[in-house]
Design a protein around this ligand. Structure first.
Ligand code: DP6
Length: 343
């Protein structure tokens, strides 16, 4: 909706979990990544965001799940809005209203879905006409993992690439990602600070940057060939090498907890007993376990019984970020133009 007083758009984006991890920024700046990454977009972790440029507002305002944002979270939103304003000629301030359909308290990554939905809604409200690649680049400047959430299914972000690119569509491989939420206190350090500190102080950082492209290639090959054993090996090595690099920082960056390691031990036992699975951890203690969907029920039941596991969220491959209708229920989607109909 556009009038001289206001211009509004709504968008929805899903979170993604990297199978080949990004950890480290390129010396070229602009939040470009030092290593390539490859992720799976997940259907049941969604963020919905409305951006309302209004002539009556004196400054940008943002609410997440009903609470007003201040400080660094608000600054990151304003920085994205400023980029959109600078490129589009939009001069009004915006009211940003956003909600996650997954428990924020569970410590799951919300910056990927959050900045992807914000990039799409803000650009549309400012009538930029940007294509998906341009939107992915805008999201990446705020949070590199968000670049991947513009696309559905399996998605790559090459080292130092402006935008993510689709690797395989949502229906390419019938996998389920079970997120085992390991209850823990607040994060020791955010991912941006954690990776900068790792690059500056970990003697293993150079080895990580040198090996990450090989891990990425292996993950990509496994995904394209639907080779689950190869995927399991490569994605676990990517996550564990990333965490080993952080462990060697001074002081160390330790996101994993005792419950995380106990769970990994059990997962490896279950795999030895014949249950196909692959685990990965990000900047937090939760363990994300990937399995062919026919094994998801058995795995979810076992996970729920593990001491230290608070809850288990079940996710399937998810769709690309999309615009939502303004009138009527938020669920009613407006399809993007045909040329945009990527996975
Ligand atoms: C461990 O995208 O949150 O989840 O670009 O500084 O915002 P910034 O970092 P962010 O880092 C994600 C790191 C990761 C791995 C990954 O998603 O590739």
């Amino acid at each position: 909706m556009t009038s001289s007083e206001e211009s509004v758009a709504r968008a929805e984006a899903c979170a993604n979990i990297a199978l080949a991890k990004y950890w480290g920024k390129s010396p070229r700046g602009d939040n470009l990544t030092a290593v390539p990454s490859l992720s799976l977009t997940l259907d049941s972790l969604r963020t919905r965001t409305e951006v309302r440029f209004q002539s009556s507002l004196r400054s940008d305002e943002a609410r997440l799940d009903g609470r007003a944002l201040t400080g660094r979270p608000l600054e990151r939103i304003v920085a994205l809005l400023d980029r959109v304003r600078a490129a589009s000629g939009e001069t009004r301030r915006a009211l940003v209203t956003t909600s996650n359909d997954f428990p924020t308290a569970a410590g799951l990554a919300s910056s990927a879905s959050g900045f992807a939905a914000l990039a799409l809604a803000a650009s549309h409200a400012a009538r930029t006409g940007w294509d998906r690649a341009r939107l992915s680049a805008l999201a990446r400047q705020s949070s590199a993992s968000a670049a991947r959430s513009l696309y559905g299914g399996f998605v790559a972000l090459a080292a130092e690439a402006a935008s993510a690119t689709p690797v395989a569509p949502i229906d390419h491989w019938d996998l389920t990602m079970l997120v085992a939420v390991v209850t823990a206190g607040p994060k020791p350090i955010g991912s941006t600070g954690g990776m900068v500190h790792t690059a500056e102080t970990s003697p293993l950082y150079g080895a990580w940057v040198a090996d990450a492209p090989r891990l990425y290639d292996e993950v990509q090959r496994a995904v394209l060939a639907r080779d689950f054993p190869l995927l399991a090996q490569a994605m676990e090595q990517s996550s564990l090498t990333m965490h080993a690099t952080m462990f060697a920082a001074r002081p160390p960056v330790i996101y994993l907890r005792g419950a995380t390691l106990d769970l990994i031990e059990r997962l490896r036992q279950w795999r030895d007993e014949g249950l196909p699975l692959a685990f990965t951890m990000d900047a937090g203690p939760n363990v994300k376990v990937l399995t062919p969907s026919e094994h998801a029920d058995a795995l979810a039941t076992r996970l729920a019984d593990v001491p230290g596991v608070g809850s288990v969220l079940r996710c399937r491959p998810g769709p690309a970020a999309r615009l939502l209708a303004l009138d009527g229920p938020l669920e009613e989607a407006i399809p993007l133009p045909e040329s945009e109909a990527l996975p």
